[in-house]
Design a protein around this ligand. Structure first.
Ligand code: FAD
Length: 563
């Protein structure tokens, strides 16, 4: 490390000294970055492949295509931030790094939805839990969507490459006190409490993953694949929104068409226009704006949709929460937010039966917890005072596997921005009640003094018996039952035939011959596990095929020579 690698302590709080800043170093090395503070955009850019987004799917795609020798353009609507901007402050992070300033919600406002909007996308702000796609999810995709070639064994080499490239391994440091509540409670009720794999290297265990990693330990796209692609000559446009494709008219009788150009709008960080539009021409376009935004781009472009599938079957892992006040200090904002989990309540029931749920913890950051977990006035003040002793468990409902679980649909507002209509029906609400019951039981087993499930009519319960009777008697209805989500999937579903999917198994759009989708929007159902590994591994698989088709090159995300 040279002295120029060390940044100064230039802020009163949250600033850390001695951290090399790979973004500042890359820019100094001559990375081709434009947009926002990095310089005006030209009127027109031509390239081999234009990638929309810079998150999980886009990052993997960009690195592999750049390594295949293709001229790559990455187009990201959010800003380029780096470790020196990440001060562990919620007030900065949500407004600068998240979609809609952290305020994105479903159309009826019933479910807050967290998604990233910055270079690195959601990977810049995610909590680093890394799970391979469950074998039963892939088997379901094989059976219902004709994707049998993507079974668990076939995906194994892609999982392995992702794990090596992103340093994914079990979290061996002691779990933080919030996760210890989950582990202790699960063990007391006789349920296994395995350790989570995390994509980190030299982690300081600060707990600020959701606010951007100030030490560059989290192996997000911001510090891994995007810098690798830029070092290989790719160009990155930031604060540049892909507005719409210009599509060729129909070719003969076939439904197939081509994207002739992509029109992009330079924007300010608040989303307002900042100059003249840019026209991008590419041999191939890869849409990777994430679920919700990717289908919205295709909807704005009037992309062919002969089976009325575009934007439909969007899934959220609708997530319910339960807060407990513990006798000990928890300080749940500190330490790795995800370290322990349980799949017991997924694996003990049929996939297409009543809805199952994965148990995890959520970081107890004051803004996140006090704005999403209920209570106003004196109740909220009491909850704020109890924050140091508060532990938060979450139950992630596995949606998309039952006929009553059709997910949501993306529609366009009048200004072209997307809105997700996601009805909360009786099927989901019944699962929310069961998850609340399980979490209260686990929290009392761990020694909680009181538990309050996140539900407008719930009280602070003092024993498991009291909580059980009360939760069973509560009305479970939309709005009063608290849901949230940080996992958005689907909307451009993948299937073996055009009648069941928007894209083919290799990611190519069924009706647009030079457009592919490489992100979480391609999932035909939710995953039943935190989705980043599935996005990375599917993107790696699809990109290897795309590189072969575009210039005949064989390319991997991680090759033995990198070890
Ligand atoms: C707070 C939080 C915590 C999470 N924790 C975990 C976890 O612990 N483990 C896990 O597995 N998953 C986690 N996730 C989810 C995971 O990060 C996402 O599933 C994954 O990153 C999705 O990848 P993607 O490529 O589909 O989209 P994203 O990573 O969201 O990337 C999409 C990018 O495209 C950009 N974009 C969108 N539209 C346009 C446009 N029109 N023009 C230009 N750019 C555009 C966006 O700004 C964004 O940067 C978490 C997510 C959040 C928000």
């Amino acid at each position: 490390m040279s002295s120029s690698d060390i940044r100064d302590n230039d802020g009163p709080s949250g600033a850390i000294t001695g951290i090399p800043d790979p973004i500042a170093e890359g820019l100094a090395r001559g990375w081709k970055v434009r947009g926002g503070p990095h310089g005006a955009l030209p009127e027109r850019i031509d390239c081999d492949v234009a990638i929309i987004g810079s998150g999980a799917g886009a990052g993997v795609t960009a690195e592999m295509l750049a390594r295949a020798g293709l001229q790559v353009l990455i187009i990201e609507e959010g800003p380029l931030k780096s470790s020196r901007d990440f001060r562990q402050r919620e007030s900065d992070a949500y407004t600068q790094l998240y979609q809609e300033g952290g305020g994105r919600k479903t159309a009826d406002q019933a479910i807050p939805v967290l998604q990233g909007r910055c270079v690195g996308g959601s990977t810049t702000v995610n909590w680093a839990g890394s799970f391979r796609t469950p074998a039963e999810t892939l088997a379901f995709w094989g059976e219902r969507f004709g994707l049998s070639t993507l079974n668990f064994d076939a995906m194994q080499p892609w999982f392995e490459q992702v794990e090596k490239r992103l340093n994914i391994s079990p979290w061996l440091t002691e779990a933080n006190a919030n996760n210890q509540v989950l582990r202790r409670g699960l063990e007391k009720v006789g349920v296994p409490a395995p350790t989570i794999n995390r994509n980190v290297k030299g982690c300081w265990n600060l707990g600020s993953c959701g606010l951007g990693c100030p030490t560059n330990a989290k192996q997000s796209m911001l510090v891994t694949t995007i810098p690798a692609a830029l070092d290989l000559g790719a160009t990155l446009l930031v604060q540049t929104r892909a507005e719409r494709f210009e599509l060729q008219s129909k070719l003969g009788n076939s439904d197939e068409r081509e994207a002739e150009a992509l029109i992009c709008q330079p924007i300010q960080t608040d989303g307002s226009p900042a100059g003249a539009p840019l026209r991008v021409r590419a041999k191939h376009f890869v849409v990777a704006g994430g679920a919700i935004n990717s289908p919205a781009l295709l909807l704005r472009s009037d992309a062919p949709d002969p089976f009325n599938l575009l934007g439909r079957r969007t899934f959220l892992h609708p997530t319910v929460a339960s807060c407990s006040v513990m006798p000990e200090v928890v300080n749940g904002w500190a330490g790795a937010p995800l370290a322990v989990y349980s799949d017991h309540f997924l694996s003990t029931q049929a996939m297409d039966g009543v809805i199952g749920y994965k148990l995890e913890t959520a970081p107890v950051h004051p803004g996140l917890v006090l704005t999403n977990l209920g209570g106003i006035g004196s109740k909220l003040a009491e909850r704020a005072r109890a924050l140091p002793q508060t532990a938060v468990l979450i139950g992630l409902l596995r949606d998309g596997f039952h006929p009553d679980s059709i997910g949501g649909s993306v529609k366009l507002r009048r200004d072209g921005s997307p809105a997700l209509d996601y009805p909360v029906n009786a099927y989901l609400l019944e699962g929310a009640r069961r998850a609340h019951l399980t979490m209260a039981e686990v929290q009392f087993a761990a020694g909680a003094r009181s538990v309050h499930p996140v539900h407008e009519l719930a009280q602070d319960y003092r024993s498991w018996a009291e909580a059980k009777a009360a939760i069973q008697a509560l009305p479970y209805k939309p709005f009063i039952t608290g849901f949230a989500s940080a996992h958005v999937m689907g909307g451009c579903g993948m299937a073996a035939d055009a009648a069941r999917g928007v894209v083919r198994p290799d990611g190519q759009h069924w009706q647009l011959r030079n457009v592919s989708v490489h992100d979480g929007s391609t999932f035909p159902t939710s995953i039943g596990a935190n989705p980043q590994m599935t996005v990375y591994s599917q993107a790696a698989r699809m990109t290897a095929g795309l590189a072969r088709r575009l210039n005949g090159r064989e390319v991997r995300l991680f090759s033995p020579s990198q070890s």
